[in-house]
Design a protein around this ligand. Structure first.
Ligand code: SF4
Ligand code: SF4
Length: 183
């Protein structure tokens, strides 16, 4: 299990083409995404998010107006105050998102979230491994794209390769996986 964030970033970079090949393998063999999610949920138990918080540093969080109202109620602030202090508009897509300060989410304090109980759904759901494939962020393409950020995703992806019997340049598995559609 690799948990060092610098090491994960460089390993994920080095595995970019390997991961593309692995995704192709999963598609061709109709491996259900659920097989991956089961592995990821296991891996989650070994990773302490409070020692990481990398998603709070490396991703931007979109927020909805109800989520801003929830944060304001949690902080006991008027909504307008929080909109002004903690939210900005994405200049390209014009969505609302949490501001950043010192290269991290404005609510990150050390490795802890100051609004943990009221955090936006995107934070609550990241890295989407128990979403049962029902969110955009839970697709394999997104998993691979975010593996460099998140030790859970990185290690789950590597374990998934191992358990499916896949080897780089040797995608020869011919069996079936639990839950594979029979067609
Ligand atoms: S709101 Fe909290 S959990 Fe979400 S990115 Fe900011 S610090 Fe992290
Ligand atoms: S979800 Fe992933 S990136 Fe975020 S804190 Fe946990 S291990 Fe780190």
């Amino acid at each position: 299990m690799v948990t060092d964030l610098v090491q994960i970033r460089s390993l994920a970079d080095a595995k970019e083409s390997e991961n593309t090949e692995f995704r192709r393998f999963l598609r061709h063999h109709h491996v259900p995404d659920q097989v991956f999610y089961n592995v990821a949920v296991e891996i989650e138990h070994f990773i302490d998010c409070r020692a990481c918080a990398n998603c709070c540093r490396q991703t931007r969080v979109n927020v909805t107006e109800p989520e801003i109202a929830r944060i304001a109620a949690f902080l006991n602030d008027p909504v307008e105050t929080d909109l002004h202090e903690y939210v900005e508009e994405d200049p390209v897509e014009h969505r609302l998102m949490l501001r950043q300060e010192n290269d991290a989410c404005v609510f990150l304090d050390g490795n802890l979230c100051l609004i943990y109980e009221a955090r936006p759904d995107a934070c609550h759901n990241f890295p989407h491994v128990d979403a049962h494939g029902s969110t955009l962020g839970s697709r394999m393409s997104s998993v691979v794209r975010n593996a460099w950020i998140c030790p859970i995703l990185y290690n789950a992806l590597e374990e998934h390769k191992h358990r499916t019997g896949w080897h780089h340049h040797k995608a020869q598995f011919t069996g079936t996986f639990p839950g594979t559609p029979s067609h």
